[in-house]
Design a protein around this ligand. Sequence first.
Ligand SMILES: *[C@@H]1O[C@H](CO)[C@@H](O)[C@H](O)[C@H]1NC(C)=O
Length: 334
Amino acid sequence: MADVKEERSNEPTYNPFTQQELPACKPLLVPKLVVITFMFIGTLFIPLGAICLQASSEVVEYTQRYDDLCVQGTSNADRETNLQALNGAGTNCQVSFQVTEKMKAPVFIYYELHNFYQNHRRYVKSRSDEQIRGDATGAMSSCEPKVYTGGEAKLEVSPCGLIAWSFFNDTYSLAMNGQNLPFTDKGIAWSSDRKEKFGNQPTLNFNDIPEYRGGGSISGPLNENEHFIVWMRTSALPTFRKLYGKIEQDVEAGSTITVDIDNRYNTYKFDGKKKLVLSTASWLGGKNDFLGIAYLTVGSICFIFGLVFLGLLCKYPRELGDVTLLSWNKAQKE
Ligand SMILES: *[C@@H]1O[C@H](CO)[C@@H](O)[C@H](O)[C@H]1NC(C)=O
């Protein structure tokens, strides 16, 4: 024996791993197991779905579209002409929300844009993370096509790139029952963005040279302008909401909130819509029934299948064959 072993020195030593004989879970889908699995998923998912729906139903949310109300005109082309005649100053208008259900603080203020493809590949890439971090030697070629000022001088524009260029510039002020309603814009951006991704440098050739800024201007150091930080986190879908502020007091049922809007941002050119949203939040986030409905649907389908198979099992009981043969490990050992 010893000689044979030496001759075959390449042969691995025997163990269950090298011989692929490790114990493994190979469930045999016998009818009983199938019924139990379906029933288990059903009884787990149906209550989960109900909990999610309950959380979503506790959220109070009000939405108002305003882009069409705020500029005169019958078509978007008309409205665009009327807006541009004002040279960026924009129009002023008001929308009001009748609050019929108490809103517990904090009440979030969002603006919602439609048909705005912040996810376009060339748009998403058009930024320089080094530059907004304050790294002077940072690469800027990624900012194409909004990098340098034109002409001979070729001065650096900071923040560069299309995302910064198209910064949203509508502003809102709120009143409740005729009284000014204060809200804060502190803490609306991710704190990691504020601390790590944005530096405290001021803008360069951005506010002062209009062609290098397509949207709003930026005041103060970048990491203090949270509206800008929020805007720079691009959205994955063409309809999106961005946080604008937080009202840090309860809003009682029966109040009227009037929002005074400075409508400047040109969404008319691409048939976009602008909406303003006031919403509370639950532990699960904003108002969204999808998760609850998804859990309920999957749970009920599983439960029904479980019942059907249970019925079939009771009505037509059938002797199973020798299932031990299906298990490779067992068959080997015998
Ligand atoms: C606001 O943004 C629009 C582009 O949508 C621009 O034309 C306008 O000049 C900007 N106005 C101000 C005051 O920044």
